[in-house]
Design a binder for this molecule. Structure first.
Ligand code: TYM
Length: 337
């Protein structure tokens, strides 16, 4: 098994990232110790597809590296690096641009969402973003890619690119492995605390919409207590949450944090109002996140140590990327075969 995944280093690590992806990264890392390899990276090359402040990007990369280590990513067990130090990502993207089709990219919902009404003004990088994401995973022959549901379409594209490339240029060989997405059913899509129909996101202008892993106990409690809800008490079973997106989101967060099922949370809190449920949820969050945020504050102060972690991870990643990159050049006829 080879596990590969990434996160953009802009903004704070929030509860959606943690429950949708990072917690699974840590589980995979710990389960795979003997029989596999995990590569986790900061997607700084992806971050330049949107307007950004150059003076803040590298600091953001170091902070996100600190946040991942605080969550349990161990640089001695996993390869932790940033894309910008591994040129093979950008190189392979260019090679794959010959295989990806305009029609495929035109169907990507993230491009539509992020470009909005300003399609003509969007960067070319935002349009070809999913091809870089395909390169990220195909470069290491990833078998499994732990992500939240919003990345599923990009992973399907990576599979299509791998299949077409193998077909068109592989001469009977599999140049690339088809990666499988790993999406946690209980936390595939954590929603905003202000709107149960929008996903929790770093780009939401309201900080009240998300729990950041760096929030202190008071802030977490305040955000949970102010979270949008409805006036009804909680139902006794999950079917009763069908048309109540905000209530479903809070109960799902509670379930994901404690490892219980939504039904068993409702068995305890069914019939109760949010006046009782919200403080209980706040406490669960504070208790689980406090050690992570304490460790994060400690780690982020030592920038030299973080630089060293990324440099070491990047050196490993460059080594691991080489055979597949060479195979892709060869398959395309760019070098003597
Ligand atoms: P990014 O930085 O937006 O998010 C990182 C991870 O967090 C997950 N996630 C969520 N999961 C559940 N609920 C939410 N509200 C939520 N918000 C975010 C995302 O699904 C993701 O797994 N394009 C990617 C980064 C990337 C990548 C890759 C991922 C670049 N190359 C290769 C996997 C493989 C992104 O912007 O994720």
């Amino acid at each position: 098994m080879r596990v590969v995944s990434g996160i953009q280093p802009t903004g704070n690590l929030h509860l959606g990232n943690y429950l949708g992806a990072i917690r699974n990264w840590v589980r995979m890392q710990d389960e795979l110790e003997a029989g596999g390899q995990c590569l986790f990276f900061l997607a700084d090359l992806h971050a330049i597809s949107m307007p950004h402040v150059p003076g803040e990007l590298y600091a953001g990369t170091l902070e996100m590296a600190a946040a991942l280590v605080a969550c349990g990513i161990d640089p001695d067990k996993s390869i932790l690096f940033n894309q910008a130090q591994v040129p093979a990502h950008a190189e392979l993207q260019w090679l794959l641009n010959g295989t990806a089709r305009m029609g495929w990219l035109n169907r990507m919902t993230q491009f539509k969402d992020k470009s909005g009404k300003n399609r003509e003004g969007a960067s070319v990088a935002l349009f070809t973003y999913p091809v870089l994401q395909a390169a990220d995973v195909l470069l290491y022959q990833a078998t499994h890619v732990p992500v939240g549901e919003d990345q599923k379409q990009h992973l399907e594209l990576a599979r299509d690119i791998a299949q077409k490339f193998n077909n068109d240029f592989g001469a009977g060989e599999e140049v690339f492995t088809q990666p499988d997405p790993l999406i946690p059913p209980e936390a595939a899509r954590i929603m905003s605390l202000r709107d149960g129909t929008a996903k929790m996101s770093k780009s939401d202008p309201s900080d009240m919409s998300r729990i950041n892993l760096t929030d202190d106990a008071d802030t977490i409690m305040k955000k949970v207590k102010k979270a949008k809800t409805d006036p009804e008490p909680l139902p006794g079973e999950v079917a009763g949450l069908a048309d109540r997106p905000e209530a479903l989101n809070l109960v799902s967060i509670y379930a994901a944090m404690t490892g219980d099922s939504v039904d068993s949370v409702l068995a305890t809190y069914g019939g109760e109002g949010f006046g009782r449920f919200k403080p209980a949820l706040g406490e669960v969050l504070v208790e689980s996140l406090a050690p992570i945020s304490a460790r994060f504050r400690e780690l982020k102060a030592d920038r030299e140590a973080l630089d060293a972690i990324l440099a070491r991870g990047a050196a490993e990643a460059r080594e691991r990327a080489r055979p597949t990159l060479t195979a892709a050049y060869r398959a395309l006829g760019l070098v003597r075969s």
